[in-house]
Ligand binder design. Sequence first.
Ligand SMILES: [Zn+2]
Length: 132
Amino acid sequence: MLHHDFRRFLDTLDSLNPAQIEDAQSMIRDLGQKTEAILEIEERTNQDLKCPVCGDVRRQKWGRTRTKVQRYRCTGRQKTYSGRTGSAIGRLHRPDLFMVALRDMLGPPHRSRCVNSRGAWDLTNTRSGAGG
Ligand SMILES: [Zn+2]
């Protein structure tokens, strides 16, 4: 999924009801944080066959990275790259944390931070809400 689409996906989470959130939680657990991240990374190189650095379409499979992502070797530059190269998550050494963050967002709300929009009580947010 492209970064932009992913942001939109996150935005839609706001409109889920509690039952749907639970469904999404269990689904993500089942998917497995690491596997999902790797599949997403590889999908990128499957859709875009060009070298992310020089744009050369000539490439050959060149083993896998430590995180088990397919690696390619650019024929033009004689250098290797993977789906992570040049991507929004390319600089992360732990792409699996990408999914941990997502799972965290879907997790149950932290009680201490829970803001009651009906204004019943709001002990943690005493300094805000006075604007207007
Ligand atoms: Zn290249």
